[in-house]
Design a protein around this ligand. Structure first.
Ligand code: ASP
Length: 307
């Protein structure tokens, strides 16, 4: 067990495994927002949410306003989650037409449930006061066209998955789309934040537009407790990368447990990344009573602050 001599406020944010390092200024802005919120009296969970809202609104990350579009070229399905060491837990999966999915996940944490999905999640968002918001932007549409072109070609668009399976199992209400030449592969770039507040409480918040290519209704690790995120009395952890692989390791809970058992935080992050073959994008951030850090097997825009 680590000592309970907490260092005071600390925050780490990431812009996703694969997020270019030049987008780190977006992560720095998110860190500032989380810190500012804490200075104004926010607890760890509120500060983590404040940071993730900035990343969702940035437009460069695969979350909120920057989310990727589904293979049909028009549907965006968001996953998001929040958790803290006081037992607060809320998540949304396959949520459509909202601006800030992480705020809806936070609202779910105050509801009788921990996870709402699909149409019910969207209806809940309206009841909770979140207006309908259409987030599809041109960049996402163009990126999708390139991805569809890749699916038609020989190079796998998702590691270890036969391109043809997306056409064979196609479940969008529209027909299989046409293609344009292109080169871009699977997309990741989820966002996340982990926070330790001045009272020694821990929280995590994360948000994503999912991982491309995906069938309609696909849910990754981001809204799954213990996989994409975990927070407890000894720290908080968030994961990014290909959800189908991350869930199989309950990655965030595994890393949390190593930290809880006294493993140095950086070593716990490295051990988590080493669970995956090189071809699988994966990244982690974590914070404990005494340490904070990030690790990825890809470039990963990230930023942190401790005092
Ligand atoms: N983990 C996310 C997912 O699989 C994607 C990401 O982290 O970039 O939905």
């Amino acid at each position: 067990m680590s000592q309970k001599n907490s260092l005071g406020f600390g925050i780490v944010v990431h812009g996703g495994a694969g997020a270019p390092l030049e987008d780190a200024d977006g992560c720095e802005a998110a860190v500032r927002a989380g810190r500012r919120a804490a200075e104004e009296g926010a607890d760890a969970l509120q500060a983590a949410v404040a940071a993730v809202v900035v990343l969702e609104d940035d437009g460069r990350f695969n979350a909120g306003s920057g989310a990727i579009v589904g293979l049909d070229g028009m549907t965006i399905e968001f996953d998001a989650a929040v958790m803290d060491s006081n037992g607060r837990l809320g998540a949304v999966a396959c949520l459509q037409r909202v601006k800030n999915p992480v705020l809806v996940a936070q609202a779910v944490s105050r509801s009788p449930h921990w996870l709402l999905a699909g149409e019910g999640a969207e209806r809940f968002a309206r009841v909770a006061g979140f207006p309908a918001h259409d987030a599809v932007h041109d960049r996402a549409v163009h990126r999708n066209r390139r991805l569809v072109a890749q699916l038609r070609g020989g190079q796998p668009a998702r590691h270890g998955v036969d391109n043809e399976s997306f056409r064979r199992l196609w479940n969008y209400p529209t027909a299989w789309p046409g293609s344009e030449p292109g080169d871009r592969g699977a997309a990741c770039d989820t966002v996340g934040a982990v926070v330790r507040d001045g009272e020694g409480r821990f929280a995590v918040a994360c948000s994503t537009g999912g991982s491309a290519p995906s069938l309609l209704g696909r849910v990754g690790d981001t809204p799954i407790v213990g996989s994409g995120f975990y927070a407890g009395p000894e720290g908080a952890v968030a994961a990014t990368g290909v959800g189908e692989h991350i869930v199989r390791h309950l990655l965030s809970y595994a890393v949390y447990q190593w930290i809880e058992q006294g493993m140095p935080l950086q070593q716990a992050l490295e051990r988590g990344i080493d669970l995956f073959p090189d071809e699988i994008d994966v990244g982690l951030i974590a914070i404990s009573c005494t340490e904070a850090g990030s690790r990825s097997n890809r470039c990963m825009a990230a930023s942190s602050s401790e005092r």
